[in-house]
Ligand binder design. Structure first.
Ligand code: SF4
Length: 397
């Protein structure tokens, strides 16, 4: 499996596969093939939701005056495919590159082994990670530190700071999100809207939701967030981390360790299944984020590795089949609210695991495999094309 540097990326929203990935591919093409004119052809999900997800804007920032073509064609190899062309003065093709945006901001380039050779972990399943940890007497953060370069704690510290900053900015921001939905930002209101009759249970839901809304609204407005594991699902992990930090007055190193634990979960999903909504629906994005956050919550509660695994399993299992149907192609409805629901659900999954790990029947590895297969079975309309589900039913008034 690859380094956590490949999973957690600080970048601009609203979509890791539609903005961060294509932006990175465009930079590679520009570096390799300087030219006065460019054409970029978007296929599949990139084409159908590229406008709402700001793909054309990101490409134009890197390749000024590029002609962006939204093709109706789907490329079998990957739903997020894009072709880059460098043109000569007469419009003739000087160079071409096909790239696949495979989720979380990662890219693959056609006929190239791997554009980002960052493999550091020798194990690819939770079963093998846990067996190694048992043999060596390690906990999960120690496992990460054993295989990652020495700077991993510094890197995770930067990730933590960026998450905190996106919460701070999201709560402070006011007004309406960009786009035709004219969606009101809610994070600030949620954060400060204490009702006189509010119970402790409702307060917890409100505060956790406010943090998730804050990051997701930053993402929807093209602000800076951390892919955890994607932009669309970027609010779940920070919301749970921040809530736990405040509730238990946790030290920075403990939160860094929690990010390492969540990173292992996200990495296993990314390696064996998918974290891309275009490939496997929202179960791959929000489901994965919820699974990472549940594992982190369990770790922060002091649970053992078996319970951490079960928390991650419960969280992912109950997102199986979740479709991706962003209304009008914006990462807003259902995405923003869904981050808040998943953050709360992550804490529930961890609590359920605490009581029932001894009765576990389904392993985390098995649910990851199931999620992958379920994703492949989902019709195209439910995989980030905005042609099914809420995206099909909802009409602007
Ligand atoms: S519905 Fe889920 S997968 Fe689809 S864009 Fe929204 S958050 Fe991402």
């Amino acid at each position: 499996m690859k380094s956590l540097h490949d999973l957690y990326r600080i970048g601009k929203g609203p979509s890791s596969s539609h903005t961060i990935g294509p932006g990175r591919a465009a930079k590679i093409f520009l570096r390799r093939h300087p030219a006065s004119r460019y054409r970029v052809v978007l296929y599949g999900s990139l084409s159908l939701t590229g406008r709402g997800h700001l793909t054309d804007k990101v490409l134009a920032e890197t390749l000024p005056d590029a002609e962006i073509v939204f093709s109706e064609e789907f490329i079998d190899k990957h739903p997020n495919t894009l072709d880059f062309f460098a043109l000569d003065g007469l419009g003739g093709i000087k160079a071409r590159m096909r790239a696949y945006s495979v989720g979380g901001g990662s890219i693959r380039i056609e006929n190239e082994e791997d554009a980002e050779p960052l493999k550091v972990f020798p194990h690819t399943s939770f079963k093998d990670v846990a067996a190694y940890c048992r043999r060596e007497g390690l906990d999960l953060p120690d496992y990460v530190r054993r295989f990652e370069p020495d700077d991993i704690d510094d890197f995770l510290g930067e990730i933590l700071d960026a998450m905190e900053e996106s919460i701070r900015e999201g709560i402070a921001a006011e007004g309406v999100l960009p786009g035709e939905l004219e969606l009101q930002r809610k994070a600030g209101a949620l954060y400060s809207a204490r009702h006189p009759d509010e119970t402790e249970e409702i307060r917890v839901s409100r505060i956790v939701s406010a943090y998730a809304f804050a990051v997701s609204e930053m993402n929807a407005s093209g602000g800076t967030i951390v892919t955890a594991p994607t932009c669309g699902a970027s609010g779940v992990v920070p919301a749970v981390l921040r809530f736990m930090r405040e509730k238990h007055n946790l030290e920075r190193q403990v939160l860094i360790d929690a990010l390492a634990v969540g990173g292992i979960i996200g990495n296993i999903i990314k390696h064996n299944a998918s974290i891309s909504g275009a490939e496997a629906g929202c179960q791959a994005e929000i489901g994965s984020a919820c699974s990472m956050a549940a594992a982190m919550h369990a770790f922060l509660q002091g649970y053992d590795t078996d319970t951490i695994e079960y928390a991650a399993e419960v969280a992912l299992e109950h997102h199986l089949g979740l479709t991706c149907d962003p209304v009008l192609g914006y990462v807003q409805i259902p995405c923003i609210e869904r981050n808040a629901v998943a953050a709360l659900r992550a804490m529930d999954a961890s609590n359920i695991a605490f009581f029932s790990t001894a009765f576990q029947k389904i392993s985390f590895d098995l649910v990851v495999e199931t999620m992958h297969e379920t994703g492949r079975d989902l019709p195209k309309g439910y995989r980030e094309t905005s042609t099914g589900g809420l995206a099909k039913k909802y009409r602007l008034k």
